[in-house]
Design a protein around this ligand. Sequence first.
Ligand code: CP
Length: 301
Amino acid sequence: MKNKSLVSIDDYTKEDYLRILDKAAYFEANPVQNILTGKVVATLFFEPSTRTRLSFESAVNKLGGKIIGFTDASSSSVQKGESLKDTIKTVANYSDLIVMRHPIEGSARYASEVSKVPVVNAGDGANQHPTQTLLDMYSIRKTQGKLEDLNIFLVGDLKYGRTVHSLLMAMSHFNPTFNFISPESLKMPKEYKLFLEKKGIKYYEHEDFTEYIKEADIVYMTRVQKERFSDPIEYEKVKDVYILRNEMLEGTKDNLRVLHPLPRVNEINVDVDNNPKAYYFDQALNGVYTRQAIISSILDL
Ligand code: CP
């Protein structure tokens, strides 16, 4: 992990995941440390974000480091036509680590190849969101007491949802059973299903989940991402297909927790928020500890 970029969740091994999760637990117990004194972390967000950017910035602040960056590329020289390569090479001169979100798949890998400092992928298009996955795993382990042998329901936009792609790959190390719930047009892409088949991991696909939810340990809801659709009519057709309501949680397993990377639009009704099985805001808090663990591991602190 030392000085190594984190672009895809499979840049890390199972042992790396467990090391990060243990370190995150340490930061949850000891959140304020001065181990980043003198270090600068750049956050370059070419796409909007609330949780990822602010939890990274909170993590750096709690560790005593400094933040530079932009929240909107239109305020940078990208607006004047500067290339991603030149932007990254320049920012790498000013920082010890770059955290980048970008709409183009593969942009984070490219940035890591031209940067002299490590790059952390904070989401590249519909591809990967590895730091979200590590905080999801932290949330799963914390609520279930284990990562192994869980029945995980992934619900909503499984085609463009980068969080479910990264989570599927990481959890495949822990013998899960997956249930994919999506409309036909937003099904889990073939390459991820082939990946599971090669590893002998069981998965099932359904269009409706009310019938099956009683078997779930984790229900991972996702937003249908308007910004990934070129045809607004196609978005309108599927945007409200799955709405989790409080009454649907009656009779579910005691250990069931509802996760969502957030932001949500309509897919979790607000009447779920006060149900003890709703975990998505705690999940967002876990992002601070997990990102403290990721930054300190990469910078070898
Ligand atoms: N989960 C997540 O990536 O949220 P933001 O888009 O607010 O960063």
